[in-house]
Design a protein around this ligand. Structure first.
Ligand SMILES: Cc1cc2nc3c(=O)[nH]c(=O)nc-3n(C[C@H](O)[C@H](O)[C@H](O)COP(=O)(O)OP(=O)(O)OC[C@H]3O[C@@H](n4cnc5c(N)ncnc54)[C@H](O)[C@@H]3O)c2cc1C
Length: 397
């Protein structure tokens, strides 16, 4: 997917080049670390004052992420990258097996990727509690980020890695808004040693799926607390897509304290009535093993599924990467790898054209927007088919 040039094989950026990366999650850390490796001065500005939390579990490990690790200098010989599942198994609602095929695959977790990249980037230029509120650009290539505490930072490139509700995008791409896809993902994590017996016997070790009317669930093991991949210490991660109309969505996204949270509800914040709704729905729609694992989840959480892709990812010296630029549906299992691809290709372009940032950005942009558009369309087709169609197409995540 990416256009790769080794950091060591080509010219390095002039030492005075400075990148301001807005957002210190996966896309920001991928891009920031690879620009650092390409010889840029990089500062990452993250609005959250604390380390980011686990963001809900499982991510299918894709080769682009491993490539970012490699280029970031991560020692891959000592890092346990995730948990391998053996087969893909699809269950009928009554629990009988619809299909089973051998398809070994590695699942990792958001927190394993985040903590690995935090170590790779280092603490010095990672600034917490800094919320971007405005951007100013000057002809000639300087860009200034304005933060809510009134402080300003000026650089040669501003990277909007600030996620699906990106402030950078709202400031400069005023017509690009994510749209709700008509369904959400209930999610849950159950400690491996607390898996109910039927779930352990039926689901453990595989990548499992089950379909029903307006319902599609999948699950697999992921690393546990502190990225522990040892048997017994992992989590079972499940994701259950359910059609929910706009009014219901608003209610789901109103948390236990009555605060409206928009498009995601973290673990522990789902209102009790919806928690009970999830458990009841599980009884009605899921095969016994999935029913048991959902019922064993004390704190389900939720994310609305949304669509977005922008036509352009570059405006002057401001660019968008990761979810800020496009949001593929999770069935593609490609959001994190797309963020990695954006970063790998940017590093390659800036190494190829170290003396002409504008030309480098112009050469980076077309493939990245095409990738965003392709994943958006592909995810739409798969998701709409799974939730609102009849048969079962290729299931990836
Ligand atoms: C149900 C579901 C399942 C998923 N499963 C997978 C999967 O299997 N595989 C996969 O690859 N991906 C998956 N994803 C997507 C994945 O979590 C993200 O795509 C990935 O983490 C990249 O995110 P990001 O860094 O672009 O944005 P985010 O993780 O949203 O980070 C944006 C960061 O910017 C910060 N920020 C926001 N505004 C500002 C501001 N104004 N100033 C400073 N900082 C700011 C935020 O605090 C945040 O830390 C899934 C998503 C969903 C909804």
């Amino acid at each position: 997917m990416s256009d790769i040039v080794e950091a060591s094989s080509s010219g390095r950026a002039a030492p005075s080049m400075r990148a301001l990366v807005i957002g210190g999650s996966l896309a920001g850390l991928f891009t920031g670390t690879l620009l650092l490796r390409a010889g840029w001065n990089v500062d990452i500005f993250e609005r959250s004052p604390d380390d980011l939390d686990s963001r809900g579990g499982g991510i299918v490990l894709q080769p682009e992420v491993v490539e970012v690790f490699r280029r970031a200098g991560v020692d891959l010989s000592t890092l346990a990258l995730g948990v391998t599942s053996q087969s893909r198994v699809v269950f009928h609602p009554d629990g009988s097996i619809q299909s089973r095929r051998l398809a070994p695959q590695t699942q990792t977790s958001w927190s394993l990727i985040y903590s690995t990249m935090r170590r790779a980037f280092g603490p010095d230029n990672y600034h917490q509690g800094r919320r971007l509120v405005n951007i100013r650009q000057k002809p000639g290539g300087s860009v200034t980020a304005v933060f809510d505490d009134g402080r300003e930072e000026t650089g040669d490139l501003l990277v909007g890695a600030d996620g699906s509700n990106s402030t950078v995008r709202q400031l400069l791409w005023t017509n690009a808004e994510p749209s709700y896809a008509g369904y959400l993902a209930w999610r849950g994590l159950v400690p491996e040693d607390a898996m109910p017996e039927i779930a352990r016997e039926t689901l453990h070790g595989d990548f499992a799926f089950a379909n029903n009317r307006e319902s599609h669930i999948l699950g697999y093991l992921v690393p546990g607390e502190r990225n522990d991949t040892r048997e017994g210490r992992r989590f079972y991660n499940w994701v259950w897509y359910r059609a929910v109309d706009d009014a219901q969505l608003r209610d789901v996204m109103t948390d236990v304290t009555g605060r409206y949270r928009g498009y995601s509800i973290p673990e522990g914040q789902l209102a009790p009535a919806w928690r009970e709704h999830v458990w009841r729905d599980a009884d009605a729609l899921l095969p016994p093993a999935f029913r048991a694992i959902v019922r064993a989840t004390s704190q389900p959480f939720a994310q609305a599924i949304r669509d977005l892709s922008v036509d352009r990812m570059v405006k002057g010296r401001v660019i968008l990467v990761g979810d800020a630029g496009s949001i593929p549906r999770p069935h593609t299992a490609a959001s994190t790898s797309k963020a990695a691809t954006n970063a790998l290709a940017l590093q390659a372009a800036l190494l190829r054209l170290p003396d002409d940032v504008d030309k480098a950005l112009a050469s980076w942009e077309p493939q990245q927007t095409a990738l965003g558009r392709y994943l958006l369309e592909h995810g739409r087709q798969v998701g709409n088919h799974l939730l609102f169609g009849s048969a079962s197409p290729k299931q990836v995540g």
